[in-house]
Design a protein around this ligand. Structure first.
Ligand code: PLP
Length: 430
């Protein structure tokens, strides 16, 4: 039951559906998994987002991760405006591209060289081509429930959006492509070892989210990442750590800094563009040098290293370097966690909260959730009722069970207390 007035959003959605498939430019935005229609957003500021009907929400989507500073940080807005006044795109190198690359290298020392692209999908797709070209092997291994964008070879058992719609593999992905993609159970090193043994000398790379954020929030179990690192080194397989979501999110140096395990190649996106379309992939020089024009492995992009995206990214990363930034994100998230655990423990609804730094998820089940099969045991109908109640109370959550929520530095004590009170109420509606 939604009491809030969504009339303008309803009208805009009806109009959009006549001309855009499903009325949206990315499937999960359609709210199909939560049994209501999407709200159309007009603007945002700080921790708040506003819909077309003028309703205000405390936002935990943060554009699906990038907005760790909150929306419209004045320094980021200023950087974009200043850059725009000098030209939005040149299709030529700029000093800003090198500056952002240097900032990335300082935070991720294993990224000795990096190339900018325009989305996370492009980053993972290109990293995989590079891994295949570099090793001369065709097969790749990914994990059930890990999402790495929508490139053909990666759209196999891909979590969130795909899980939400019950389409584990999309039509349009030729079986001949998918057969080069091996899938293993997340957090199950023995499963990986047996798959690698059965495909000895044929696997180019293992790609994973070092904290899975596209099946909710699923941290790596002790020894999993190091076990993969050792296995890859032993078998001549490149380890690709997809930090599109976790990079500059769970620490300035991402999941790799937090867990002390380093990839041969790393994918970034989301936060490094400060809300503009961006992605990046990088790694050891000897691998990156195989990329065109230094080497023969082709990869290119008209808008790659786009000045607006570079300036927003540089401004964002500089702000993240401020003393105590990640400590504050941690404290806000821990406060929310404590409050939620209090209200959920006194409710009869089964829930399981999982969190790493400023990314988190409430699974509607007892948990713990260590892999995709575990995640699928959640009560998605209950999640839908919870989501609708939260929305109605002015809290914007990701509209599907298998998504993470994100804390920003702009979330205030008042925001967090309101959220905890809203959860308490929403649980009575579940
Ligand atoms: C969001 C995401 C991607 C895809 O990035 P896009 O910019 O949406 O193409 C890839 N990998 C991970 C881990 C992500 O969270």
């Amino acid at each position: 039951m939604i009491i809030m007035n969504h009339k303008k959003s309803e009208d805009l959605f009806a109009k959009a559906k006549t001309i855009i498939p499903g009325g949206v430019n990315s499937p999960v935005r359609a709210f199909k998994a939560v049994g209501c229609n999407p709200v159309f957003i007009e603007k945002a500021a700080g921790s708040k987002i506003y819909d077309a009907d003028g309703n205000e929400y405390i936002d935990y989507v943060g554009s699906w991760g990038p907005m760790i500073l909150g929306h419209c940080h004045p320094k980021v807005v200023e950087a974009i405006q200043t850059t725009a006044a000098n030209g939005a795109s040149f299709g030529a190198p700029t000093a800003m591209g090198t500056e952002l690359a240097q900032l990335v290298n300082q935070a991720y020392p294993n990224i000795e060289k990096v190339r900018m692209v325009s989305s996370g999908t492009e980053a993972t797709m290109s990293a995989i081509r590079l891994a295949r070209g570099f090793t001369g092997r065709d097969k790749i291994l990914k994990f059930d429930g890990c999402y790495h964008g929508h490139a053909d070879s990666l759209l196999v058992k891909a979590g969130s959006g795909a899980a939400t719609f019950g389409v584990p593999t999309s039509p349009g992905v030729p079986a001949d492509f998918a057969k080069y993609t091996l899938t293993a159970i997340y957090n199950d090193l023995e499963d990986v070892k047996s798959i690698i043994a059965a495909n000895k000398g044929e696997v180019a790379c293992i790609i994973l989210e070092a904290i899975a954020g596209n099946m909710g929030c699923v941290p790596p179990v002790a020894g999993f990442l190091q076990g993969l690192r050792d296995l890859c080194t032993k078998e001549g397989i490149l380890l690709i750590i997809d930090e599109v979501m976790t990079g500059f999110r769970v620490a300035y140096g991402g999941a790799q800094e937090r867990y002390g395990v380093r990839g041969d190649l790393v994918c970034l996106g989301k936060i490094i563009g400060g809300g503009l379309p961006v992605g990046a992939f990088g790694g050891k020089s000897e691998i990156m040098e195989s990329l065109s024009p230094e080497g023969g492995i082709y990869q290119a992009g008209t808008l790659s290293g786009n000045p607006l995206a570079m300036s927003a990214g540089i401004a964002t990363l500089k702000l993240l370097q401020e003393e105590g930034f990640y400590q504050q994100i941690e404290e806000k998230s821990a406060y929310l966690e404590k409050g939620l655990q209090q209200v959920t423990s006194s409710s009869s609804v089964a829930t399981c909260w999982q969190r790493v730094g400023g990314m988190f998820c409430t699974f509607f089940q007892n948990g713990p959730v260590n892999n995709f099969d575990d995640a699928l045991k959640s009560d998605t109908e209950a999640f839908g009722r919870y989501f609708r109640s939260m929305l109605d109370q002015g809290i914007n959550l990701a509209p599907a069970q298998f998504e993470a929520g994100f804390m920003s530095i702009a979330h205030s004590q008042e925001d967090l207390d309101k959220t905890i009170a809203a959860v308490e109420k929403a649980l009575t509606a579940v």
